[in-house]
Design a binder for this molecule. Structure first.
Ligand code: HPA
Length: 241
């Protein structure tokens, strides 16, 4: 089985595994990713924003990224998503295995099925994430002593600007728990190609206006302290898949 981690903010590099850079050509553009060495040959790491965190959310080539993994024979993908917290029960620092999304992105290439040569299909999206991978993330996380919420609705905005307080109030009314800028169209594209895909959101701030009258502040240490645990969790989850 070939597996990949897509790293978001805070996960632009991976330590602890020997990786070599690999350029993959796809019909949608080239992708720079990393392949494991020796016993990690079947493992890939794709930093969504590039290794130097230089690609903003609305400029990420989501189709090329997912296609590249598919071309490499990857079948299982775990992704990290930095988010802001909307729901009171998920303060900054929380980890959430998201189970639904609300798509507020604009002008992103969001499908492989544009008709013509590519054909077209209406991909089922009622439950957009792989339930088996989600369950294993929660179980293995619990065994590691990590506090992980087993579900949550992820709101995807287009960015790169942050939201207004009114937008966050609207997302809250609509049932959004956390908000980020990169989870869509990544998840639906993975599903279009039949990949098993799940995402772990980690909150680094209260979303706009949740702390009434205050401007957003981001967790000082970001995800640095969680990074090692999340990598261990992801590798164990992929190994057991
Ligand atoms: N909004 C959108 N994306 C984010 C946020 C936020 O508050 N925090 C981290 N990514």
């Amino acid at each position: 089985m070939r597996a990949a981690i897509i790293g978001g903010t805070g996960f632009d590099t991976l330590e602890g595994i020997h990786l070599r850079p690999e350029k993959v050509h796809t019909p949608y553009g080239d992708v720079l990713l990393f392949q494991g060495e020796e016993e990690w040959e079947d493992f890939f790491f794709l930093p969504r924003h590039g290794t130097t965190h230089s690609i903003p959310p609305h400029r990420i080539n989501y189709r090329a990224n997912i296609k590249a993994l598919h071309q490499l024979g990857v079948t299982h993908v775990l992704a990290t998503l930095a988010v802001g917290s909307i729901s009171a029960h998920l303060p900054p620092g929380s980890l959430v295995v998201v189970d639904q999304f609300l798509d507020f992105t604009q002008n992103r290439e969001s499908t492989f099925f544009n008709g013509g040569k590519e054909g077209f299909a209406h991909t089922l999206m009622s439950y957009p994430y792989c339930s088996a991978l989600r369950q294993r993330l929660v179980e293995i996380g619990a065994a590691m002593g990590l506090k992980i919420s087993p579900r949550g609705t992820y709101v995807c905005t287009n960015g790169p600007r942050l939201e207004t307080a009114a937008e966050i109030r609207m997302f809250s009314i609509l049932g959004g728990d956390v908000v980020g800028m990169t989870g869509v169209p990544e998840a639906p594209l993975a599903r279009e190609l039949g990949l098993h895909y799940a995402a772990l959101a980690y909150s680094i701030n209260w979303a706009a206006g949740i702390e009434s009258g205050k401007e957003i502040t981001f967790l000082e240490e970001g995800v640095a302290t969680l990074k090692k645990s999340i990598l261990t969790l992801f590798l164990q989850t992929l190994k057991s898949s």
